[in-house]
Design a protein around this ligand. Structure first.
Ligand code: DHB
Length: 368
């Protein structure tokens, strides 16, 4: 095939290392999208080029550069963690290549380049809903525990500000390193402080370790509840955590138990294509990211380069497995429902069962 008739998507993901589950989920979702929608769009053959950045931002930047210069990709996509997304931003800007962020979730990412479009979520978006719910449900005194980088700092700040506005109090804010965290000394501190609840943000893949240590230390029996954004009760790991997770309330944009017809089909298709693996919120970010790319290609016919593609990504409005969403044309960030969910047993498995919804939530972290 002539180069002209190929449309290349450079998908940079952590396929190995601490964030590997994010890569596995997003790659599987992107492949599923292509399987269900074909690999020919507007007369072009869509080619997915997957690269493993091991979640090191220097590697992400080098891979992005190679994909743009050597492979002449039409779109850069993926980005498992915030530092990877921001490291690539200057390359997206200089080469006028849309950068579709499918995972990373620090509010400011979309401001790092006018070529960034996001299909994941932001931590302010997810955190604020929980800070509205908590004080109405007997949780007034809270300790926060977050991974010490962009999304964690966003979660800490927005949760705390909103909780205080609602008459609650954050008595201590603890930060753990992103790499190889040891939660034990932090949890001991929380036990001594005896808050009504511990609010947690850790990235996808790290939730099971925190929850298991929380349970082992008898924190819940000591009357301390765990709450957090849905990253901690990640669908990828929830069944491994076990019954100790029952009752944990989180706020997030996606649950595999979301009861729409579209999601039921998505979960069934995903499991069938991936030996029973349950899709998590990363998978949905990847699946919807592919949707945004496919529709932009359809609309432009592949003409007009990166600027035309970017324009066709802005303002897209569609039903996702998570519910109704749109790409805000001004901020290029996703607007979506945020759900309150409680871990419950359903059909013999653990799920985040949705019990309330805040509709069409824009990222509260944007100043304009
Ligand atoms: C980020 C990574 C995650 O795995 C997650 O669940 C949320 C945010 C990030 O680095 O932006």
């Amino acid at each position: 095939l002539a180069q002209d008739n190929v449309f290349k998507i450079g998908l940079i993901l952590p396929m190995t290392g601490q964030q590997a589950t994010t890569g596995r989920q997003i790659e599987a979702a992107a492949k599923l999208y292509m399987q269900l929608n074909g690999d020919t769009v507007a007369g072009k053959k869509v080619q997915l080029i997957v690269k493993d950045d091991t979640s090191l931002p220097d590697v992400t930047r080098r891979l992005a550069q190679e994909l743009v210069v050597n492979e002449k990709v039409n779109v850069l996509a993926g980005f498992g963690i915030t530092p990877s997304a921001t490291a690539t931003a200057p390359i997206a800007t200089q080469s006028k290549t849309p950068e579709v962020v499918m995972a990373a979730a620090t509010s400011s990412i979309t401001e790092a380049s006018p070529y960034i479009v996001r299909t994941s979520f932001t931590l302010p978006q997810a955190s604020v809903a929980l800070a509205d719910w908590a004080p109405k449900n007997g949780i007034k005194k809270v300790v926060t525990l977050v991974s010490d980088y962009g999304p964690g700092i966003d979660a800490e700040k927005f949760f705390k500000e909103r909780l205080q506005f609602n008459g609650g109090q954050v008595v201590e804010s603890l930060r753990v390193p992103l790499r190889n965290p040891d939660f034990a000394p932090f949890l001991q501190k929380v036990r001594d402080l005896k808050p009504d609840a511990l609010f947690v943000f850790v990235p996808s893949g790290a939730g099971a370790a925190v929850m298991k240590q929380f349970i082992e230390r008898g924190m819940d029996k000591a009357g301390i509840k765990m709450i957090g954004t849905g990253d901690v009760t990640d669908d990828d790991q929830l069944n491994d955590i076990g019954d100790g997770a029952l009752g944990v309330v989180t706020s997030h944009h996606y649950s595999a138990a979301h009861p729409s017809a579209m999601n039921k089909k998505f979960v069934a298709d995903f499991k069938k294509a991936n030996k029973g693996l349950r899709p998590n919120f990363m998978a949905v970010g990847g699946y919807d990211g592919m949707r945004v790319i496919y529709e932009a290609l359809k609309k432009t016919g592949g003409k007009g380069g990166g600027d035309a593609l970017l324009a066709a990504m802005k303002g897209q409005i569609f039903e996702s497995p998570r519910g109704p969403v749109y790409i805000d044309a001004q901020t290029r960030d996703i607007v979506q429902n945020i759900y309150l969910r409680k871990v419950q047993r359903k059909d013999g498995e653990l799920y985040n069962v949705e019990f309330d919804v805040i509709k069409d939530v824009k990222d509260p972290g944007k100043s304009k």
